[in-house]
Write a new protein. Structure first.
Lengths: 327, 329
């Protein structure tokens, strides 16, 4: 189903307005031959939020982002960015979009400074501001002292930081980061997260794709879970956990329990996983069902330990898609 | 409008500058781009020179004026590289493959000519190479005719009246120099343009270009301009070798430079297309190295160029005076 999204017609507000969604995808599809990479995706990202696309490799995240940036033409459906339609206003969209692609796309044979200088020329950064902006960006990503070093000599984290600085150089309204911390050490990951959070404070809209759950949880105001090109769920991380996760009861018994069937039969129990003497029970509402669980288990044998906790996004993802995120 | 033009020009120059910097930092591909055309130029010139004149020894058993004139007639046949030798030396040279023919002028040559008697000039040919063998078979009778035309003109009643198309003759090497130059320029242009484009795909930096608001044509023109400027280095080197080392001097500089730049522009466009399609620098290099042979540079290219693009042969070329004997020996 294709739907035309003309700026100012079907959108709330006009292009560039604060009221206009940063990104609006309507029934978006992308086919590669007979393979459908993105399947009727409808999503709205509001201005000023950090929005995450979460899904395993091959789920259609990068294809979706390529359609947002105009790199790939949708087979069916429409995308608009800040009210501009990607089919008609691709150049305008690229002016307001800062991109950190997965592969960083840095010229490794050139210096950090030359990379930013080239980017500034491509994006038409005013000549009189160019030098000052490059210095500011290199300072921001803490690479000013390495400005003349060849990028090929940088670590993975430094390259990611430089790519981030480059994406911000032309002062974009929307920044997309494709797997921003892929292959980055823990220390650099933390620094990159801090930069991303600071972008929201500057009023920028950030679109992130990731398959790191902790990253999605730490950064995103809202999350869309995608699998096989389809939208599975979209909400805040907390809401997703509450809606799709339930609570998790972890029990350890002295002897392996044979009460799994009884536990599964309890109203409010979603799933039971047994690993030797350990039982992991996912519930819909722990307040009602936990006493019943304890009752069933205590009839079978002695309980060694018990813990009730919130579900994590991994468990939410597993529940929603039936597969683990990194499968 | 002016602002848009200024931005587009800025993009063109930024892409050209970036590609030149990349080429300079990636030395292996730059060296290939600059020096391979020169290698091709020298190699082809050596092939041409090695096959242009048949090394021949003349055993002058008669030193009379007619025998000397016959030797001069042979040297004007443009098919022999002559050297005088004794019978023993000539035999040694032909047996060791250092010459392809021995022409023996008999001791009674002058006497028989004066007495209008038939003369038998012995020609021993090493017919291993058909090209050289046919050269000898054509050139010896030609030398005899030429000898009679000079020494005994009253005996030759049929004479050609030649009308030349050009004010000066073009030797074999300058004639082929156009093809050789084009083949070298082809490599000098296709290599930097092709590797410059393929590099963007191979290293995945093409996303930086595709995600920018700059018009595609401006980036493409910029990339081609960068390759053009890099290839000028190889052009300068190729022309320097052609003129200073091989000794081929352009008659019309403006035409040579004009067609050189035109050839560059055409092959830079082709190289850019190749790089974009192949997306791998090694594939571009491999394909580009085969280009000169696809175009039959020794036969068809000069005909496709305007006849006015002439080159003349210097009298003291380095290769002919120093290298050719080594190649032919």
């Amino acid at each position: 189903m294709s739907k035309d999204v003309t700026p100012g017609a079907t959108m709330a507000g006009r292009p560039g307005d604060a009221s206009v969604p940063a990104i609006e995808m309507v029934e978006l599809c992308k086919d590669f031959g007979k393979f459908r990479a993105v399947d009727h995706l409808t999503l709205t990202v509001q201005q000023g939020e950090i929005f995450g696309l979460l899904g395993p490799n091959g789920s259609g995240k990068t294809t979706t982002i390529n359609m947002v940036s105009g790199l790939s033409v949708p087979t069916v459906g429409e995308v608009s960015v800040m009210g501009y339609n990607v089919r008609r206003d691709a150049r305008r969209i690229r002016q307001i979009l800062g991109s950190v692609p997965q592969e960083t796309a840095l010229y490794e044979e050139l210096s950090a400074w030359t990379n930013l200088d080239f980017h500034a020329d491509l994006f038409g950064v005013p000549r009189r501001e160019k030098k000052e902006r490059i210095i500011r960006m290199l300072e921001l990503v803490q690479l000013l002292d390495r400005k003349d070093s060849r990028v090929g000599t940088f670590s993975g984290g430094m390259k990611r930081r430089l790519a981030l600085g480059r994406a911000l150089l032309h002062d974009p309204q929307l920044i997309y980061l494709d797997e921003p911390t892929l292959g980055v050490d823990v220390q650099s990951r933390r620094a990159i997260w801090d930069y991303i959070i600071s972008l929201r404070e500057q009023g920028k809209t950030v679109l992130i794709t990731t398959n790191y759950l902790e990253e999605a949880q730490a950064l995103c105001d809202r999350l869309a879970i995608i699998d096989h090109g389809k939208l599975i769920a979209v909400d805040t991380p907390e809401h997703l956990k509450q809606t799709y996760g339930g609570s998790v009861v972890e029990l350890e018994t002295v002897q392996p329990s044979d009460a799994v069937a009884q536990l599964r039969a309890l109203a409010g129990v979603k799933d039971v996983v047994q690993d030797g003497s350990r039982l992991t029970i996912t519930t819909q509402d722990n307040s009602n069902v936990v006493p019943q669980i304890i009752n069933v288990i205590s009839h079978q044998g002695e309980i060694h330990s018990i813990a009730v906790r919130e579900p994590n996004l991994d468990e939410v993802f597993l529940r929603l898609t039936g597969t683990a995120l990194r499968d | 409008m002016l602002q848009e033009l200024s931005y587009n020009l800025r993009v063109v120059w930024a892409c050209a500058k970036k590609d030149m910097k990349s080429a300079l930092t990636e030395r292996a591909f730059t060296i290939i781009g600059v020096f391979v055309p020169v290698n091709v130029l020298i190699l082809m010139s050596l092939f041409v020179l090695a096959g242009s004149q048949a090394p021949t020894a003349v055993v002058l058993q008669d030193t009379g004026p007619y025998a000397q004139q016959f030797y001069v007639a042979m040297s004007h046949a443009h098919s022999f590289r002559l050297q005088k030798a004794t019978e023993a030396l000539a035999q040694d040279l032909i047996e060791t493959g250092r010459i392809v023919a021995v022409v023996t002028i008999p001791p009674d040559f002058d006497m028989r000519i004066r007495q209008s008697q038939p003369v038998r000039v012995d020609v021993e040919v090493n017919n291993l190479n058909t090209d050289f063998t046919n050269d000898i078979r054509r050139a010896v009778p030609l030398s005899i005719t030429s000898f009679y035309a000079r020494a005994l003109p009253h005996l030759v009643t049929v004479t050609p009246e030649e009308h030349d198309f050009y004010p000066q003759d073009t030797d074999y090497l300058p004639y082929l120099a156009v093809s050789i130059l084009v083949a070298a320029l082809m490599l000098g242009a296709v290599l930097p343009a092709g590797t410059g484009s393929a590099r963007e795909w191979e290293k995945e930096t093409v996303k930086e270009l595709l995600l920018s608001p700059a018009p595609r044509w401006a980036m493409l023109v910029g990339k081609m301009l960068g390759a053009f400027l890099v290839s000028l280095a190889s052009v300068a080197l190729v022309l320097a070798v052609l003129i200073l080392v091989i000794g081929v001097w352009p008659v019309h500089w403006d035409e040579v430079l004009g067609y050189t730049l035109l050839t560059l522009a055409i092959f830079i466009a082709l190289g850019t297309l190749l790089g974009t399609l192949l997306k791998q620098r090694q594939a571009v290099v491999a394909l580009a190295l085969g280009f000169p042979f696809l175009h039959r540079p020794f036969s068809s290219l000069p005909e496709s160029f305007p006849c006015t693009m002439q080159l003349c042969y210097s009298s003291t070329p380095f290769i002919t005076s120093h290298l050719t004997p080594l190649v032919q020996a």
